[in-house]
Design a protein around this ligand. Structure first.
Ligand code: UD1
Ligand code: UDP
Length: 367
């Protein structure tokens, strides 16, 4: 079976790492002369800084991309369009059984669309998520990708229900609750991170509580007042504890352009192992990231989400996460509430770390 994997943005490297490892394990167990599963990786180039891309391939031992398209830093149309054109060329050449796409970025949509028009089967990992906010580019990408996917791997029960509510049961596709590949990654790399990452001592964080924060969502960074309000709220929170902010290049550019003053400890984006160590040691997470909301749960840390809605509603329902939007009062009071909250983290919401092997088995079964 031949799979072409299309990835391009940071969270996709982390998700694909879990599946590539499951492929390697499957091939090793089969002990055939040739690999049972042959994976070809296309990196669209959407994320390209060393610490937004290469570091994940190195630390997580993701096979090097077979194709690097180097398409980035463009508007949505140009970026998605150029990716579509280049991915199509590769797919015509490679003729895979499946194209595997992850999440909700422009790379996801381009990969799915290129494959579908060539009548190549599409499998979508992290299918069925919805924010119900069509102002988000991610919501458009995920709805369109889901609609043209043949195999939809849902991380949660909510994701399955979302698809059923949209009538996916009547489309010619197969919906599978696989669990979440980010849970697989967190479980697998936790021990390596404890051994290899020295970020806690490097940043001198062992003796005092700190909050871990990330911001990159377009709806926050592209609206100057929203970003200014969030930074203002974070500045207040620094009165209580340090706020560590590994800053996304998008956010850095805008904060510098708008000359926003911050009292947070700003660091460059870190690799996955450092990030796991920060998650292990933080008191609380403040974020607009999709992935980080779940990782806060994996590492038993309360989370304040700097958005008006979330796709990961089970965390809000369970009291693990609170939505605070970009309102200063709401962020500060959510921080105070969540700082001392003790929700029940002993719940299996995202699977037991077997999502990637389930995905591989289903790709085989349905090829
Ligand atoms: C993208 C995804 C978003 C995902 C996020 C993960 C889309 C529409 N958005 O948003 O869903 O949550 O990735 O992080 O696909 N940049 C650099 N260096 C890099 C990467 C980006 O300087 O390594 C700059 C780009 O030049 C651009 C800006 O950051 O100016 C935004 O990058 P882009 O990939 O368009 O969107 P993200 O905000 O990263
Ligand atoms: N992450 C990382 N280094 C950082 C910031 C985030 O390794 O400096 C990881 C984070 O732990 C999670 C993933 O990147 O696994 C989330 O990606 P991001 O927030 O960029 O995108 P989203 O999940 O919102 O699509």
């Amino acid at each position: 079976m031949k799979i072409v994997t299309v990835i391009g943005a940071r969270p996709q490297f982390i998700k694909a790492a879990a599946v590539s490892r499951a492929i390697a394990e499957y091939n090793a167990a089969a002990q055939d002369q040739y690999p049972s599963i042959y994976e070809v990786i296309i990196h669209t180039g959407q994320h390209f800084d060393e610490n937004m891309s290469d570091i994940f391939f190195d630390e997580m031992q993701i096979p090097r991309p077979d194709y690097h398209l180097e398409i980035n830093s463009l508007g949505h149309g140009a970026m998605t369009g150029r990716m579509l054109e280049k991915i199509e060329e590769v797919l015509i050449n490679e003729k895979p059984d499946w194209v595997l796409v992850y999440g909700d970025t422009n790379s996801t949509l381009a990969g799915a669309l290129a494959a579908k028009k060539l009548h190549i089967k599409v499998a979508h990992v992290e299918a069925g998520l919805r924010s119900y906010n069509m102002g988000m580019p991610e919501e458009i990408n995920r709805i369109l990708t889901d609609r043209i996917s043949d195999l939809l791997f849902c991380p949660t029960d909510t994701a399955v229900k979302n698809l059923e509510r949209e009538g996916f049961g009547t489309f010619p596709c197969c919906i599978i609750k696989s669990g979440d590949v980010m849970q697989d990654a967190a479980l697998f790399y936790r021990e390596t991170a404890a051994r290899k990452s020295d970020i806690i001592s490097r940043l001198n964080l062992s003796a005092k509580p700190f909050a871990l924060c990330t911001i990159h969502r377009a709806e926050n960074t592209d609206v100057p007042e929203r970003l200014a309000t969030i930074v203002n709220a974070l500045n207040d929170i620094t009165e209580e504890m340090d706020v560590i902010l590994p800053i996304h290049p998008r956010t850095r550019k805008i904060m510098e352009a708008k000359m926003l003053d911050t009292k947070c400890i700003i660091i460059d984006p870190v690799g996955y192992l450092d990030m796991i160590q920060l998650l292990e040691h933080t008191r609380i997470v403040l974020t607009d990231s999709g992935g980080l909301q779940k990782e806060a749960f994996f590492f038993c840390k309360p989370c304040v989400t700097l958005r008006d809605e979330t796709e990961w509603v089970e965390l809000v329902e369970g009291g693990h996460n609170t939505l605070a939007g970009a309102n200063k009062l709401d962020i500060c009071s959510a921080f105070l509430k969540m700082r001392s909250a003790s929700p029940n983290f002993d719940r299996n919401l995202y699977g037991a770390g077997q999502a990637a092997s389930r995905i591989i088995n289903e790709l085989f079964r349905l090829q």
